[in-house]
Write a protein that binds this ligand. Structure first.
Ligand code: NG1
Ligand code: ZN
Length: 530
């Protein structure tokens, strides 16, 4: 415990604003950047402890994703590239909220509870987004890491999914890939180039896609990656950060919530567009039709496209692998119906928050999960991958061999650690090419039910408690009965309410046969919440 003095000394240079209370939530810590210096220092400390405990490299990502440029935040990345385990979220919260004179006790408590050996080596991988505050905050993380005499590697500007990829590579002796940004570009681009080579109508028609980079890290990294893509795809980049402000009137969250294109871009009818969010772990697609109507292809449409494609390949190679799609309550009812009834793919509903979906998806040979807002990926079990690889090597039938190789390339193209806008974009573009689809044919697979999301401010959102993956309320008494009665008055209707995990609001969701009815139902349900 000799080091404790250094830890405490250095901590006084990263002073905690007195009385400030924060919580490590679904998105890590997030608030105004000026309140986060002490949190970063302490997350540097916690990452070292987590690294000692797991005997692995642990990641620390400085970002506030789709939130305004003035905000910032931090998330820890666990050994396999997944989010920090839930039990440690409590330690993160305790550390962040400890006053200077309590810090030693909180640290000692974690070390004892987790039986951490301080002699154990540690290593931390640090990344950050393009926010002006991120560089200094990343330095505060480094101060925390070095106060505990630990090694670190500063990867500088990276997307959130790139850092997750790197952490996973570091801890799997290179089996997942080379733990560098170049390794990421090489792995994804060669998988992408392999896939599109097999499309029929390749010819001289180069694929064109317009990308809204949200003025963030995704734009920067996509530009870097372009030269690896062998001009198989030509990207027109908007909101590349050279002029606009991060996430301001652009980006995946803006487009999804406002149901309109980013401000200032002109979309020709039929032209495919996509938007990344501020740390490039989310993506949504859209286009304007010939009469100027806006069509959004969100996480549900992406999950449907990907799972349909995988199911077709699985049928070709004749392997009995269990595939499922995991959604949240926000998934459009049409997508669930299409997957279950037409595609015959089992669908599961998880609580909001990617870690819940990720966890559920791990139960299957192939688990496809997406939140409606565009965050998601595909998980393929090791045994499933081995079976497919065996088939690709041994199979005599050309068609089967080809399908198995296609699946292997797809597996390489997917960032299995976390939702990844760049990876998802390339997966979608490859599938569209291979199926000979345009964004319109993709959109026509099923028609979304009209829906509405509202926020309701209440005195205490915690009075609402939910069950059944947040689709029903158990508290306050009587609320669910009221919602059931309101829903009965409409066709094809569904509605639920839940307290937000990231904002001080209650969210209301409703869908019905017409937009007018969805709006009316959402309004009526929000009155019932008061
Ligand atoms: P909350 O605020 O708990 O609804 C939001 C998103 C989630 C997830 C988290 C983390 C919706 C309805 N909710 O959660 O999907 O992305 O933020 O960032 O989009
Ligand atoms: Zn994000």
């Amino acid at each position: 415990l000799m080091k404790m003095e250094a830890v405490l000394n250095c901590s006084s240079q990263h002073e905690k604003p007195c009385g400030l209370i924060l919580q490590y939530g679904t998105a890590g810590f997030r608030t105004k950047a000026e309140h986060l210096d002490h949190v970063m220092y302490r997350m540097g400390l916690l990452a070292v402890l987590r690294s000692k405990k797991t005997k692995s490299v642990i990641g620390v990502m400085v970002t506030a994703s789709h939130n305004p440029e003035e905000d910032n935040g931090v998330k820890l990345v666990d050994p396999m590239g997944e989010m920090l385990v839930q039990e440690w979220e409590v330690y993160a919260t305790d550390l962040a909220n400890a006053e200077q004179n309590e810090l030693q006790a909180v640290l000692t408590d974690i070390i004892q509870k987790e039986c951490i050996s301080l002699q154990q080596e540690a290593s931390v991988a640090i990344g950050r987004d393009t926010r002006p505050s991120s560089e200094n905050l990343a330095h505060a993380v480094i101060d925390g890491v070095t106060a505990l005499n630990s090694k670190y590697h500063d990867y500088g500007l990276v997307t959130t999914p790139q850092l997750h990829y790197i952490v996973c590579c570091c801890n799997t002796e290179g089996r997942y890939g080379t733990p560098t940004v170049e390794g990421y570009y090489n792995k994804l681009s060669s998988a992408f180039n392999n896939l599109v080579k097999q499309a029929h109508d390749q010819g001289d028609k180069k694929k064109c896609l317009s990308v809204d980079g949200a003025n963030g890290i995704g734009a920067l990294k996509l530009k870097e990656m372009e030269e690896y893509l062998q001009s198989a795809i030509s990207v027109q980049l908007y909101n590349d950060g050279s002029r606009g402000k991060l996430n301001h009137l652009c980006g995946a969250d803006y487009v999804k919530v406002q149901q309109k294109p980013p401000q200032g871009v002109e979309i020709k009818p039929g032209e495919p567009f996509c938007s990344f969010d501020g740390d490039a772990d989310r993506i949504v697609y859209y286009y304007n039709d010939s009469v100027g109507l806006f069509h959004l292809l969100d996480g549900d449409k992406i999950a449907t496209l990907i799972s349909t494609f995988i199911k077709e390949l699985l049928l070709k190679i004749d392997l009995t692998l269990k595939m499922a799609v995991v959604q949240t309550a926000y998934a459009n009812g049409s997508s669930t119906r299409y997957l279950e009834e037409v595609m015959k793919v089992p669908v599961y509903c998880a609580k909001t928050g990617v870690k819940h979906l990720h966890h559920k998806a791990q139960e299957f040979d192939i688990g496809v999960y997406f939140e409606a807002n565009g965050h998601g990926t595909v998980l393929i079990s090791k045994t499933a991958e081995e079976q497919i690889r065996h088939l690709a090597n041994m199979e005599q039938n050309d068609e089967k061999k080809k399908a198995a190789n296609m699946l292997l390339s797809l597996i390489d193209l997917i960032n299995q650690t976390v939702g990844d806008a760049i990876s998802d974009m390339l997966v979608i573009e490859a599938i569209l090419s291979l199926k000979g689809f345009t964004v319109q044919t993709w959109d026509a697979i099923y028609t979304d039910l009209p829906n509405r999301q509202l926020k309701v401010k209440v005195a205490d959102r915690k009075v609402i408690e939910t069950t059944d993956a947040e689709r029903r309320t158990v508290k306050p008494p009587g609320l669910q009965e009221k919602i059931d009665d309101l829903v009965k008055n409409y066709n094809m209707s569904r509605s639920f309410v839940r307290p937000s995990g990231t904002e001080d609001v209650v969210r209301v969701y409703a869908e019905a046969d017409t937009q007018e009815n969805a709006d009316r139902l959402a309004h009526e349900v929000s009155l019932a919440v008061f």
